[in-house]
Design a protein around this ligand. Sequence first.
Ligand SMILES: C[S@@+](CC[C@H](N)C(=O)[O-])C[C@H]1O[C@@H](n2cnc3c(N)ncnc32)[C@H](O)[C@@H]1O
Length: 188
Amino acid sequence: MARFITGDLTKGDLAILMEGKKADVIYSDPPWDDAWVSIFRKRAGKELEGQNIQTFLESFVVELKKYAKGIVYLEMGMKNINLLRTILKNHGAVELNLWKYPLGKGYQYLWRGYFNPGNYPIVNPVFAYTEKEAHARLVKNDAVPGGILLDPCIGIGRAYDIAKKVGMDCYGMDISKVKIEKLSKRIK
Ligand SMILES: C[S@@+](CC[C@H](N)C(=O)[O-])C[C@H]1O[C@@H](n2cnc3c(N)ncnc32)[C@H](O)[C@@H]1O
């Protein structure tokens, strides 16, 4: 099952998406920042939509904390990974893993951690030819079959592909109506 809406997480729109539910797993690739994105993801275009990265990441983490029941996976570029980790820590998140992947001339990171204590398995990095496949294999360790996987910045849906692979329902939101329309069309 999939449920997608267009919405702005900084405006509290996740409440509309989640309808009082919480996510068993969160997997998200939030916007990095527009200058950085233009170096590594030329085709991605503007993703922060004029928002300031620090203010955005603050709201992002506050919102994640409201809706996270279990493990959280977050992707972030090298420029702002430490800013994100500091904000997560300030809001009580516990870091379990931080994996580093080559990307263009630099690196990107995948953070795994939680807000609510639980019995979380040790997860070791996996080899796969694509990053998407590697992430799906990592998330599989934390998957709750039939549970909710949430991505509040879902874009065109990597989180949906992962949710499908690991047997979870996907709840996704994006500020871009065009991306949500593309995603809905793609999965029909
Ligand atoms: C790095 S992209 C995500 C790419 C995604 N993993 C995919 O598979 O396409 C970040 C996304 O965050 C969205 N975004 C930016 N500001 C947002 C906000 N305030 N609320 C919700 N989504 C937002 C952007 O539109 C963009 O699609």
